[in-house]
Write a protein that binds this ligand. Structure first.
Ligand SMILES: Nc1nc2c(c(=O)[nH]1)N=C([C@H](O)[C@H](O)COP(=O)(O)OP(=O)(O)OP(=O)(O)O)CN2
Ligand SMILES: [Zn+2]
Length: 121
C-alpha cells in the first residue's frame, strides 16, 4: 500500500455555538487552518509515472478551498448544518471530495499548532 499527502492552508472564522457560553470557542474567533489530504493506492495500482495521483491534480482542490473556505465564516460556508468543529470540517471536506478523488482515504484538519482532527471512514 502506498500513501501520499498534500497540505493546504486557509484562514477562516467560526463560532462553536453548541458550547457553553463560558467556553472561549463559543465566541467568534479565527484560525489559520491546515488541511491535509491523504490518498492511497495498492502496490500494483500506481500510474505509469509511479504516482498514487499526480499532486498537481489536486490544484482543483486548492481552488475550491480558496473559493469556498478562505477568509469566510465557516458556520455559513459549511452550509449552516453541523457545528464547524475540526472533526466536522474534516468529514465535510472528505464527503465533498471522495467522488472526485477516489484515492482519498483521510482528511486531517489543524486549527492550532497543537491540534489535529482526522476523518478516515
Ligand atoms: N475536539 C475538539 N475540541 C475543540 C475544537 C475542535 O474543533 N475539536 N475546537 C476548539 C476551538 O475552535 C479552537 O480550536 C481552540 O482550541 P484550543 O486547543 O482550546 O486552543 P488554544 O490555543 O486556546 O489552546 P491552548 O491550550 O491554550 O494552547 C476547541 N476545542
Ligand atoms: Zn476555533
Amino acid at each position: 500500500m502506498f500513501t501520499i499527502t498534500k497540505e493546504f492552508h486557509f484562514s477562516a472564522s467560526h463560532v462553536l455555538d453548541q458550547l457553553p457560553a463560558w467556553h472561549p470557542c463559543a465566541r467568534m474567533h479565527g484560525h489559520n487552518y491546515i488541511v491535509v489530504l491523504e490518498l492511497s493506492a495498492e502496490d500494483d495500482a500506481l500510474t505509469p509515472a509511479g504516482f498514487v495521483r499526480d499532486y498537481r491534480e489536486l490544484d482543483a482542490f486548492k481552488k475550491w478551498m480558496d473559493d469556498t473556505l478562505d477568509h469566510r465564516h465557516l458556520n455559513e460556508a459549511m452550509g449552516g448544518g453541523a457545528s464547524p468543529s475540526a472533526e466536522n470540517l474534516a468529514k465535510w471536506i472528505f464527503d465533498r471530495w471522495r467522488d472526485e478523488v477516489p484515492e482519498l482515504t483521510a482528511v486531517k484538519v489543524s486549527e492550532t499548532p497543537k491540534t489535529w482532527a482526522v476523518y478516515r471512514p
